[in-house]
Design a protein around this ligand. Structure first.
Ligand SMILES: *Cc1c(COP(=O)(O)O)cnc(C)c1O
Length: 482
């Protein structure tokens, strides 16, 4: 199995794109073709899920996409990633029926109570595995507004070959998120706080990456959502959720609370592989870039002032980074067209209009996509209603999904993805049901831990200095030392 960039680069092997992330031509990697699952394959995968559990099931799916890591090692990677100790349940990602016809896939049982753990745990294990095999080390530099940063840090806690510098906007995350991230006490994980917004943090990351010499001297890498390994780890729970809700018979649909289009893009891949999925419903909040595209054929990225700060903050995006992957398939895998539109036109005008393109044959019908939008008032009402009616407390992102899922119920099971637990979002829970969410026992210590941060308030040179001074992989800068 080889990989190609949406803009033409490649073919490459899996472990090369694993460490690389974004392709050198600015595109995103995808497999040259999607492995196909016959109904016999699906049936035997279902048996593996039931008999051997989620980790083995995940290894089987990953193995379809990864031919340069031996199966035995992939099994180890998945067993370390998906443990009961980390996820609090043997099932790892249980699925149950919330209301007649509406199911919830519980993807937020991991160490940071958000679905990003599902992929990040595998990514952390794969990084450490491959870096060990190559006898290399890596410095992860990232920016977070909350969920990604903590999921990455918890995934890389034991990765001795990786050091993490994670930038976060000073004072802008919830108390729980701060407690979780800043409470980590090891010199391999450095939390850098930046006065300003998430965009300011991201600008600093970009500025460091623009210094090619510094970047290569510290082997700086990223764990952002465009990494294919994260996406493929997410394909796994679409197939396991299909199996659990359908019993292995007949199709299901999914509603996915979407931001960067990573999660739902994994659903697209699962569908392209032959998993019986009727519809992929893309739920957005007030930041409706994606809903607008599917309704109009116009993809218009927003400026930061046009991007609303909402009560489902992990979906507050100005552009959907993973969208280019779906777009590549939509054009019939035409890398020249993608390069022209995403590499040029989008940079120039901020808009792509494909309404009149010949390759667009009703994406809703061909690829199963539907959309829906929710507002803050919808989220509050949905949290309150689900709590009253079903006796279950959901977080605001899951509320976006449930609100939209209820509008798209059909004859087949509809599975809404639960992408975070309410414990992370106290204030909207208070607004909806009149009290703050209970803190699950395994998170009881989060608010008590002593917090460790480094302030960066003087720009990119200071950030480089911080990395320089705290690096645990200091090495001779001469090329031979590599
Ligand atoms: C990241 C995130 C999302 C959005 O997922 P994408 O893959 O960016 O579409 C939704 N909900 C929660 C809780 C998240 O952390």
């Amino acid at each position: 199995m080889k990989y190609i960039s949406t803009r033409g680069h490649g073919p490459m092997s899996f472990t090369d794109i694993l460490l690389e992330g974004l392709a050198p031509d600015g595109g995103l990697y995808l497999p040259q073709s999607y492995p196909q699952l016959s109904s016999d394959d699906l049936r035997s995968l279902g048996e593996i899920l039931v008999d051997e559990g989620y980790a083995q099931f995940a290894a089987e799916i990953l193995h379809l996409f990864i031919d340069d890591i031996p199966m035995h090692d992939l099994e180890q990677v998945c067993r370390r990633a998906y443990t009961k100790a980390k996820f609090g349940t043997d099932l790892i990602a249980p699925v149950d029926e919330l209301e007649p016809g509406l199911w919830l896939a519980h993807l937020s049982q991991g160490p940071t109570a958000a679905f990003k753990d599902m992929a990040m745990q595998v990514l952390g294990q794969l990084f450490n595995y491959e870096l060990t095999r190559r006898d290399q080390t890596m410095t992860i530099l990232g920016a977070t507004s909350g969920d990604t940063g903590s999921a990455a840090e918890f995934a890389l806690l034991d990765a001795s070959r990786v050091q993490v510098f994670m930038l976060s906007p000073l004072g802008r995350m919830t108390a729980f998120q701060r407690g979780q991230m800043y409470g980590i006490d090891t010199d391999r994980i450095v939390n850098v706080t930046v006065p300003g917004s998430f965009d300011d943090c991201q600008d600093l990351v970009k500025a460091v990456n623009a210094d090619a010499e510094f970047k290569s001297r510290h082997s700086i890498g990223a764990v952002n959502s465009i990494n294919w390994a994260r996406l493929v780890a997410q394909v796994v729970y679409y197939i396991s959720s299909w199996f659990q809700a359908s019993g292995g018979e007949g199709p299901v649909s999914f509603t996915v609370p979407s931001g960067n289009f990573g999660n739902i893009c994994a659903g697209h891949v699962a569908r392209m592989m032959g998993t019986p999925i009727s519809h992929l419903v893309c739920a957005t909040n007030e930041n409706n870039v994606l809903a607008e595209f599917f309704a109009t054929g116009v993809y218009r990225i927003r400026t930061s002032t046009e991007t609303f700060v909402t009560s489902s903050p992990s979906m507050d995006i100005s552009k959907a980074s993973n969208f280019e992957r779906f777009f590549f398939d939509l054009t019939g895998r035409d890398a020249d067209e993608v390069r022209r539109l995403f590499g040029e036109e989008l940079n120039r005008s901020g808009v792509i209009n494909i309404r009149d393109k010949v390759y667009v044959t009703d994406p809703a019908r061909v690829y199963g996509f539907q959309t829906g939008v929710s507002t803050h008032a919808d989220r509050v009402a949905t949290i309150a209603d689900v709590f009253r009616r079903d006796g279950y407390l959901i977080d605001p992102h899951t509320a976006d999904a449930v609100k939209v899922a209820r509008e798209h119920l059909g004859p087949e099971p509809m599975i809404a993805l639960e992408t975070a637990l309410p414990v992370k979002f106290g204030s909207i829970t208070q607004e909806a049901i009149g009290r703050v969410p209970p803190i699950p026992a395994r998170f009881a210590q989060v608010m008590e831990a002593e917090q460790h941060t480094v302030l960066c308030d003087r720009g990119v040179d200071q950030l480089k200095q911080i990395i320089e001074q705290r690096s645990i992989f200091r090495r001779d800068p001469s090329p031979q030392a590599w």
